[in-house]
Design a protein around this ligand. Structure first.
Ligand SMILES: Cc1cc2nc3c(=O)[nH]c(=O)nc-3n(C[C@H](O)[C@H](O)[C@H](O)COP(=O)(O)OP(=O)(O)OC[C@H]3O[C@@H](n4cnc5c(N)ncnc54)[C@H](O)[C@@H]3O)c2cc1C
Length: 461
């Protein structure tokens, strides 16, 4: 049977664009549909604008630290519209680069919403229908909102936070995950008074407990107010545009904006998946096998829509692997166990592999090496910040099971630790590696004695 296209990709974000380019490169006739801006969440309203704003926020530390090194800095001022405009220019450039790369690969782009009308059939918003040998669902995820909060329409999500017309002097951040932590941290540094509330008892559920505590303490030192085990109950928009928030414990206060960052879910509502026979989870995630293929052999899914590891490089790697498997050089397995997860607060938190708790539960013997110290820059600047590093080691094989770093540039360090861990590095390999001095990262190769040991899941020393 002849099809209009070999591959129809729904969503021109990280995963969809990569899959389309690689498939077209293998000679597959490929169309990509996008209902919003080309580049997807990461480029338009995720990683890229976020990191640009994180950079902007860190000048606050530079100005503050400079005096200890002999500099006199006048009173620094910050202009929000200048940052928003500069960010917009950069993401417009990147979006154009994505468009150009797609065109150069030979894939066709249609700028419309697409839905699935059958196992090998899609419909565009203009009513045009096409047949496709394979359909790739790469529609990503979208912010979830808290049910049961009265006046929730007066809150914003990360989608709106980048383009607020006026800088919020007082900001309530709801949520304790990495996006909530990053926004709380960066807005505080840009000059906002930030309160962060969450249902959990600490920030960053899923990360190593010592690191969670380190991040909380660092944020508190910078002035972020945390309230745990609490959520907003009611948000009222007042005549002057401010929001009056009532928390679940009855406390009431006024802020300029309420940013809800309580998680993201697959963007699959109304996509036609169930009608086509695709199995989805209760959260709307497409269930896929090891070949990123759904219950329907012609329908595949990559990236956030599978709701497994929701990170850009994972979506890209999956899109690439799928296109190779369908049209090119065959299946290439993806390593999910050594993916670095980074929280771009200040300092950054980088984590690869198992936490201390996970390792203690899953391995008969575990050695933990931990260092907690004042970074060199802080000695002259007078800053009270701490750097924390932890290696979690399998006591039987000495293989590194987890590496956790709370430090400046932890994102950069954890990328390289992830390479070592992918290669199966042991503690002896770290010990045999000569340090780079003076750096913070040298601590990773100079930690001599375990600070904790577990046997059978119990702390033994
Ligand atoms: C604030 C924030 C910060 C983040 N920071 C990081 C980070 O630092 N590092 C990191 O690795 N990841 C980060 N992420 C996560 C990252 O952005 C996602 O994991 C990544 O974008 C997922 O790629 P994807 O291809 O699955 O989906 P997306 O990039 O979201 O692309 C999906 C695309 O599909 C389009 N679409 C949806 N439905 C349809 C339809 N029916 N028809 C046509 N088009 C459709 C959407 O408009 C979108 O463009 C961040 C996310 C957020 C929100």
């Amino acid at each position: 049977m002849a099809f209009d296209v070999d591959l129809f990709v729904i969503g021109a974000g990280s995963g969809g664009v990569r899959a389309a380019r690689i498939a077209a490169g293998h000679g597959a006739k490929t169309i990509v549909a996008e209902e919003s801006r080309i580049g997807g969440t990461c480029v338009i309203r995720g990683c890229v604008p976020k990191k640009l704003y994180v950079y902007a926020s860190r000048f606050a530390d530079d100005f503050a630290d400079a005096a200890g090194f002999g500099w006199s800095v006048g009173t620094p001022t910050f202009d929000w519209p200048t940052l928003v405009a500069a960010k917009e220019k950069e993401i417009t450039r990147l979006s154009a680069a994505y468009r150009a790369n797609l065109a150069a690969s030979g894939a066709e782009l249609v700028e419309e919403r697409a839905t699935i009308v059958g196992p090998q059939r899609v419909r565009l918003a203009n009513g045009r229908e096409l047949s496709a040998r394979h359909i790739l669902v790469a529609v990503g995820s979208r912010p979830t909102l808290l049910p049961g909060v009265e006046g929730l329409e007066h809150a914003i999500t990360s989608n709106e936070a980048f383009d607020l017309p006026v800088f919020p002097r007082r900001l309530l951040v709801v949520g304790g995950g990495y996006i909530a932590v990053e926004f709380a941290s960066l807005f505080q540094r840009l000059g906002a008074e930030v309160i962060q509330v969450m249902r959990a008892s600490n920030v960053l559920r899923g990360f190593d407990d010592d690191m969670r505590e380190g991040v909380r303490a660092a944020m508190a030192r910078e002035g972020v107010t945390h309230r745990f085990g609490i959520l907003p109950a009611r948000i009222e928009k007042r005549a002057d545009g401010t929001r009056r928030v009532q928390l679940s414990d009855g406390e009431t206060f006024d802020v300029d904006q309420v940013l809800v960052a309580t998680g993201r879910l697959p963007h699959t509502k109304g996509l036609g998946l169930e009608k086509a026979g695709v199995e989805v989870s209760v959260h709307g995630a497409v269930k896929v096998d090891e070949h990123l293929t759904s219950a329907v052999p012609s329908i595949h899914a990559v990236g956030d829509v599978t709701h497994r590891v929701n990170l850009t490089p994972v979506a890209i790697r999956e899109g690439h692997a799928l296109a190779d498997w369908l049209f090119g050089t065959g299946a290439k397995p993806i390593r999910y166990d050594t993916i670095a997860h980074v929280v771009f607060g200040t300092p950054e938190l980088g984590a690869v592999g198992l936490t201390e708790g996970q390792a203690a539960e899953g391995f008969p013997k575990v050695d933990v090496y931990k260092a907690d110290f004042r970074p060199m820059r802080a000695t002259l600047s007078g800053s009270r910040e701490r750097t924390i590093m932890k290696l979690v080691v399998d006591g039987a094989t000495q293989r590194i099971l987890g590496a956790h770093i709370l430090a400046h540039d932890a994102g950069e360090m954890s990328q390289l630790v992830a390479v070592a861990m992918t290669m199966g590095a042991t503690k002896a390999d770290f010990d045999a590696t000569v340090a780079v001095h003076p750096t913070a990262a040298e601590e990773l190769v100079t930690m001599r004695a375990p600070t904790a040991r577990y046997e059978g899941g119990r702390l033994s020393s």
